[in-house]
Design a protein around this ligand. Structure first.
Ligand code: GDP
Ligand code: MG
Length: 177
């Protein structure tokens, strides 16, 4: 039987946001792992992947949307956010400019996204500590001010990737149910 046809109780849509080359697509392929099935909507330039998550006795299918690079042109459209219950908002700890962009991405999330969207702030590439331009404390402070969950990750080393996504899915489940 096709594992993707496995019965699920809920389907959650979540999105990946952040500047180009911060590691969004690598984070997604880590999280989706074996369940990784890339699908796309070429018309609007997005790709998505699925991962089933068990919470208690419920099976949740997380559908995570990724851009196909259009963040480069700041052209992510409102349809990208439509219906999304969560977002992983990613910057690169070795490039201060990607951290400075976070406020702008947050404005966009708040303009186009649901008001109760679960947003996790992610400082990626924690394996590159020697080139760090943004301290962990700065990330944590911003998250506190903006009321977001915070985590530093490494898609390369598969460090805290699972935790970041699972926190988002679990929070969505808690506030939706
Ligand atoms: P996206 O544009 O945000 O989707 O970023 P990508 O996932 O395409 O990654 C951009 C570049 O950063 C690629 O060369 C990746 O190999 C690299 N990269 C992504 N995540 C990490 C990480 O955690 N550590 C390191 N060292 N490199 C990473
Ligand atoms: Mg990408």
């Amino acid at each position: 039987s096709d594992p993707y046809e496995e019965e699920c109780d809920y389907l959650f849509k979540a999105v990946l946001i952040g500047d180009a080359a911060v590691g969004k697509s690598n984070l997604l392929s880590r999280f989706a792992g074996d369940d990784f099935r890339l699908d796309s909507k070429p018309t609007i330039g997005v790709e998505f992947a699925y991962r089933n998550v068990k919470i208690g006795d419920k099976l949740i299918k997380a559908q995570i949307w990724d851009t196909a690079g259009q963040e480069r042109f700041r052209a992510i459209t409102s349809s990208y956010y439509r219906g999304a219950l969560g977002a992983l908002l990613v910057y690169d700890i070795t490039r201060r400019a990607t951290f400075d962009s976070i406020k702008r991405w947050l404005r966009e999330i708040r303009e186009f996204g649901k008001s109760d969207m679960v947003v996790v702030l992610v400082g990626n590439k924690s394996d590159l500590g020697r080139s760090r331009e943004v301290s962990e404390e700065e990330g944590r402070n911003l998250a506190e001010i903006e009321d977001l969950f915070f985590m530093e990750t490494s898609a390369l080393q598969n460090f805290h990737v699972e935790e970041a996504f699972l926190h988002m899915v679990t929070r969505i489940y808690e506030i939706t149910m």
